[in-house]
Design a binder for this molecule. Structure first.
Ligand code: IPM
Ligand code: MG
Length: 360
């Protein structure tokens, strides 16, 4: 199979983890007899430095012409000036919008080998297997916003949460379909006791469940209560669907369950066109250039990419099993061990994944 991928290394540790993941993808192509072609493009802070724009037109064009996109991370202190004309994160938000990537899938399933790295007790985390569906192109991230100067002094800023029926329906159906292939439990998270937009979510979702998904166990949970349940009884959830902002916050919270952000992949999908895959961690500027960043989340994101955008499930599984075997053999990056304990660097752990992939 011939596949064209766009790689968006971005900032901080992005280039290091993307170049290592590319090695793994190249090994998969060789092993399974595919031709993978990679185009590297600019996004984020590095794109601002080189072109003045966090998402240059050339990047958007290349992404549109590709089958799937693998992103490292964007942002860093260099571009944090609040008065700057643009920010690296704006590039990420724009590519989501431009490509219509309305569904962000974030699986949270701790590896058995890493249960003791979780800040929570093993018995709380054990058995957790959650798939988040975060709405990604609407809500307060994209609603009307403004900031004006008040005549009496001070300023007034507003950001607005806006949702339309169709935006809720499409993400909800994707989540419900996924629940059907899993443990048939679906949790919708909102703040319907306060927000009008949440009350619309509640009506729209309830109607779809009654008409199309009565086989599912369906529940609604308020976002503040969900923040609590996620750390007290994470293993009771299966598929969770929610709006953009709530999903942003809850998935960061949930990402701590497996013990390290360095292990978690995510996929952003639209109704057609390329999907965008990335680790859920950020650009970790403090680790950049040291060769110690954990590339496993990006390798797992690449596996999701082969499964969801290329219909190559066996190849995806081979990558996931290779990562699993590396962990089972006791190999760890610095983020997965206590300080002072021995660990492998970015390249070394990738070497182990490659050995496992080509040997297994
Ligand atoms: C994420 C990130 C982004 C978001 C930032 C970098 C704009 O936190 O992907 O979760 O808020 O969506
Ligand atoms: Mg986030």
């Amino acid at each position: 199979m011939d596949v064209r991928f766009v790689l968006l290394p971005g900032d901080g540790i992005g280039p290091e983890i993307i170049s290592q993941t590319r090695r793994v993808l190249e090994a998969v192509a060789t092993k399974f007899g595919h031709a993978f072609e990679f185009t590297e493009c600019l996004i984020g802070g590095i794109a601002i430095d080189q072109t003045g724009d966090p998402l240059p037109e050339a990047t958007v064009d290349a992404c549109r012409a590709s089958q799937a996109i693998l992103l490292g991370a964007v942002g860093g202190p260099k571009w944090d000036d609040p008065s700057a004309k643009t920010r690296p994160e704006a590039g990420l938000l724009r590519i989501r919008k431009e490509l219509g990537l309305f569904a962000n899938l974030r699986p949270i399933a701790p590896f058995a080998e890493l249960l003791d790295s979780s800040p929570l007790k093993r018995e709380v985390v054990e058995g957790t297997d959650i798939l988040f569906f975060r709405e990604l192109t609407g809500g307060i991230y994209f609603g009307p916003s403004s900031c004006t100067t008040l005549t009496g002094g001070g300023e007034r800023a507003q950001s607005t949460m806006v949702y339309e029926t169709s935006e809720i329906e499409r993400i909800f159906r994707l989540a419900a379909d996924a629940a059907r292939t899993r443990r048939k439990k679906l949790t919708m998270v909102d703040k319907a006791n306060v927000l009008e937009a949440s009350r619309l979510w509640r009506r729209v979702c309830a109607k779809i469940v009654t008409e199309e998904y009565s086989d599912l166990e369906y529940e609604v949970v308020l976002v503040d209560a969900m923040a609590m349940h996620l750390i007290s009884r994470p293993s009771t959830f299966d598929v969770v669907v929610t709006s953009n902002m709530f999903g942003d916050i809850l998935t960061d919270e949930a990402s701590m369950l497996p013990g390290s952000l360095g292990m978690l992949p995510s996929a952003s999908l639209g109704s057609d066109g390329p999907g965008l895959y990335e680790p859920i961690h950020g650009s970790a500027p403090d680790l950049a250039g040291k060769g110690i960043a954990n590339p496993l989340a990006t390798i797992l994101a690449a596996a999701m990419m082969l499964r969801h955008s290329c219909n190559l499930p066996a190849e995806a599984e081979a990558m996931e099993h290779a990562v699993q075997r590396v962990l089972s053999a006791g190999h760890r990056t610095a983020d997965l061990v206590r300080s002072g304990e021995p660990s492998l660097g970015t390249v070394e752990i990738t070497d182990k994944v490659l050995e496992s992939l080509t040997g297994g």
